[in-house]
Unconditional design. Structure first.
Ligand SMILES: [Zn+2]
Length: 495
């Protein structure tokens, strides 16, 4: 995600020379594509979602049926399963008036079946537990079916409806992740992106009223919205969709990747410029980090929630059209390229965005700055360094580091600690070991962890390996503030 406030604050700092206290406010792509075209997705060791979704534009609802098959290659018996019902965060909004939706939303699950047998489920806010009457052993088929009703909030964060458009974000029951820490059922929060999901394969059938168009995570070019439409996408950790009558499109190519930019009336002039930036951004990241593994990416312009300048989903990003900068209001090139960089950091290489949000946001912010520096001739290095100094002060005052779960950050310091300081760190590393080496680190990390979930420790390991140096003290200083005169070391120092 990218918040409008972050760039505003940086721009403000540049103009006013104020302190940031103002903030108080691998396989080859060809091989992957080949795999994706094989019909036997469910045998690839990933959850296989089949969703049927019927959109009612008058009520702002989606009636759905979800069926998810778990891979048979499991390491232990399954006695219970957890799903995330993120839209329930919008039922009784707990995160302040400013970001409160105008009308609430929810995700209500009806009957649940496990292997076609009715199963007991309990829901607590955004978490649903499904009990299995008998444990499902490794090697046994395991399929969960459920009916659900989604009410899309009006003016919600990400999940939103306005005009003749519905933004479907985290809009279906999503299988929670189970890893060596157990099931991840951490609560929703309005700070950062409180989502964590694993790679899966999807088959989604939409039924929408006549005249609506679909923009989704899948390759959905020239899909006429008549009758049920089935879309498929493999190797993605989420499936987002925009159902709309309001958008026009600019199309183009970045190498073999189709790049679509969708815009609303009044954005015509900016649309061409932002489309060019999107194409150039996709080429830039593909060249430096490694190939984008899907056929298509959609950039959808428009604000999708309070303070959210842009948001990333696999194969689909959102961005505002304009953004305040020190030169006044400008086309939101930095937001578009930020969200596109998330295709590499979050989309293909995943991380636990709740536990270590810096890992995708820091790498993404660095990628964005690299693009803005190389392609747009912007240099925000001094600004970055000053922001980094401000984070030293924050650490001294509050003991918080750059490697903490979302809940440890108050909204005003989140951007500085999680986006800006790690970006400054990688900029500083480029000066120490050379930009090419840093790009080597990033492309090696991308190749090694693509379609997987990486951690801070994984990233540092790759950095050490590729640079041939012990960069541990460097990362300790920048990420964990070791050796800076902090008030205290917090408990969040996971390595
Ligand atoms: Zn971001």
């Amino acid at each position: 995600m990218k918040r409008i406030q972050i760039r505003k604050a940086v721009a403000y700092l540049a103009v006013m020379s104020l302190s940031l206290g103002a903030w108080a406010g691998t396989a080859s792509a060809a091989a992957i594509n080949q795999k994706m075209e094989q019909p036997l997705w469910k045998d690839q060791g990933r959850p296989y979602y089949r969703i049927k979704a019927k959109y009612d534009d008058r009520k702002g609802t989606v009636h759905g049926h979800l069926s998810v098959e778990l891979p048979k290659q499991r390491t232990e018996p399954v006695r219970e399963l957890y799903f995330r019902l993120y839209p329930n965060a919008f039922k009784k909004w707990k995160w302040g008036e400013a970001s409160k939706p105008k009308e609430p939303g929810y995700l209500k699950v009806g009957k649940v079946k496990v292997n076609d047998v009715p199963a007991h489920h309990t829901v607590k806010e955004t978490v649903m537990k499904v009990g299995l009457s008998t444990p499902s052993l490794p090697g046994q088929p395991l399929k969960v079916d459920m009916e659900y009703e989604l009410k899309i909030p009006k003016g919600g964060s990400r999940l939103n409806t306005f005009g003749h458009t519905a933004f479907l974000a985290q809009w279906y029951p999503m299988l929670a992740v189970k890893d060596r820490d157990g099931w991840h059922t951490e609560p929703y929060t309005a700070t950062g992106d409180p989502f964590y999901s694993q790679m899966a394969n999807f088959e989604v059938t939409f039924e929408v009223p006549e005249g609506y168009q679909l923009i989704t995570t899948a390759d959905d070019r020239a899909v006429p919205a008549k009758g049920p439409i089935t879309l498929r996408q493999a190797h993605v950790r989420d499936f987002a969709a925009v159902i709309t009558k309001d958008y026009e499109v600019v199309e183009g190519k970045a190498g073999s990747t189709q790049v679509n930019l969708w815009y609303l009336k009044g954005m015509e002039g900016i649309a061409q410029e932002l489309h060019a930036a999107a194409v150039s951004g996709m080429q830039f990241y593909g060249k430096h980090f490694g190939p984008y593994p899907y056929k298509e990416v959609d950039v959808v312009l428009g604000e999708t929630g309070y303070g959210i300048a842009g948001m990333e989903y696999p194969g689909l990003v959102t961005s505002v059209d304009k953004i305040p900068t020190r030169k006044g209001e400008q086309p939101a090139v930095s937001v578009v390229v930020h969200e596109l960089a998330h295709q590499w950091w979050y989309g293909v290489v995943g991380n636990n965005q709740v536990k270590e949000p810096w890992l995708d946001e820091g790498l993404t912010t660095f990628s964005e700055l690299l693009y803005m520096h190389d392609k747009m001739k912007e240099d925000e290095r001094d600004l970055l360094l000053r922001a980094a100094q401000r984070t030293d002060e924050i650490h001294q005052e509050q003991g918080v580091t750059s490697v903490e779960p979302l809940y440890k950050y108050s909204d005003p310091i989140y951007g500085l600690m999680v986006y800006i300081r790690p970006a400054a760190m990688l900029w500083n590393l480029s000066e120490k070991i050379g930009k090419d080496k840093v790009l080597d680190i990033l492309s090696t990390y991308y190749k090694r962890y693509q379609f997987k979930t990486a951690t801070t420790a994984d990233f540092i390991k790759v950095a050490n390996e590729v640079s041939g140096k012990n960069l541990r003290p460097f990362f300790d200083k920048w990420l964990y503030f070791k050796g800076t005169s902090g008030k205290k070391q917090t408990s969040g120092n996971q390595r």
